[in-house]
Design a protein around this ligand. Structure first.
Ligand code: SF4
Length: 350
């Protein structure tokens, strides 16, 4: 294997690993146990070399043929509310961020899907840096394992964290990377996440949304931010090509029915999209879907062109939606002081 690129262990499916395992003359039975042991070792801090079930000659092959490296934690910042923001360094030196957000006894890990983002949303810090590249499966899964290991090391967390793809990047713009990561996280022994533990948040990248049915039945969150096409296009330039009308036409064809709700994310920008007309129109256009609206008060960042709405206005907007019989929640913004809140990830550690 000298000179050959090693394959990444944390993107090798159970099926592929079984084939490799059999090629080493081992019976098929224990490969899942070994994979489970190595993967859970990754989040518990046990190196693969210490896995008791791996015979020495197999261990040598494993080390020669697989890359077990996880993205390196370059920097880490903890907020007073328990939110922890991580800056990861990838193999090519690029950096991406993830955030661990505590909620009751669990953490939700907000993962990045791209280095930068092409969508250029005008309220978003990440959108200011453009797209550099897609993340590969092992880099997405690696964020999850690395953060979980860090939480375990601190004794903070034992329960399997949930995932929301709401970090840097538009996840449906990296559809293949997203799909294979979700499959890995759900199917790999030692992880086995349920579909309800994973949420994909998108501004409505239409080519990806049209392929939604190819994904396991995870939760969908649509970042709407305005019910008016023209205004939404100012906030999310991609709306000029993939308008609300086109996004909703796709949603209508998906089998939501009895299965679940669509989450609509609504970033409340002070004096921009927080009027009664906005609330009424929002209720009107989403009325056809079983839905939940998440209101997210904007957190200004240095140089941001928008304001944070007052607490009274946030409450008032919620009430307007409730009067329209819209199921609504206000998302408590966490990690404000470390710029870990929605739309604020852009390597601000520097
Ligand atoms: S809000 Fe999301 S889709 Fe828009 S620029 Fe930021 S990361 Fe990209």
């Amino acid at each position: 294997m000298k000179g050959e690129k090693r394959r990444h262990f944390y993107s090798t499916s159970s099926h592929e690993f079984g084939i490799w395992w059999a090629s080493k003359g081992m019976g098929l039975g224990p490969h899942k146990r070994v994979q489970r042991g190595i993967v859970s070792g990754a989040f518990n801090g046990l190196p693969p070399s210490e896995h008791p079930e791996v015979a020495p000659h197999v261990l040598t092959s494993l080390k020669n043929e697989f890359d077990f490296n996880l993205p390196k934690i370059f920097e880490r910042r903890a907020s007073r509310d328990g939110t922890i923001k991580y800056l990861f360094e990838l193999e090519d030196g690029r950096k991406v961020e993830s955030v661990a957000i505590p909620f009751h006894k669990k953490y939700t890990l907000c993962l990045s899907s791209q280095v930068g983002c092409a969508m250029a949303c005008t309220f978003c810090f990440t959108g200011t840096q453009g797209l550099t590249r897609n993340l590969e499966t092992h880099e997405i899964v690696g964020q999850y394992l690395s953060v979980w290991r860090d939480l375990n090391r601190e004794g903070k967390h034992k329960m399997t964290p949930n995932i929301v793809f709401m970090g840097q990047g538009e996840p449906l713009h990296n559809f293949e990377g997203l799909k294979s990561s979700i499959e890995y996280l759900m199917e790999t022994p030692g992880l086995s996440l349920g579909p309800k533990q994973i949420t994909v948040s998108t501004v409505g990248h239409l080519p990806g949304l049209l392929r939604w049915d190819e994904l396991p039945p995870v939760n969908l969150a649509i970042s709407l931010h305005s019910p008016f096409e023209e205004e939404r296009s100012k906030l999310i330039p991609m709306n000029k090509a993939y308008s609300i009308e086109k996004i909703f036409a796709v949603l209508r064809k998906l089998p939501w029915g009895k299965r679940k709700l669509i989450n609509f994310e609504y970033l409340l920008l002070g004096d921009e999209n927080d009027s009664r007309d906005h609330a009424k129109e929002l209720a009107k256009i989403i009325g056809e879907f079983p839905s939940l609206v998440n209101l997210i008060p904007f957190n200004p960042y240095p140089g941001s062109p928008y304001l944070r709405p007052s607490e009274e206005r946030v409450e008032q907007f919620k009430q307007w939606l409730v009067e329209e019989k819209v199921r609504t929640m206000v998302r408590v913004t966490k990690g404000d002081e470390i710029l870990a809140a929605c739309g604020q990830l852009a390597n601000q550690f520097k």
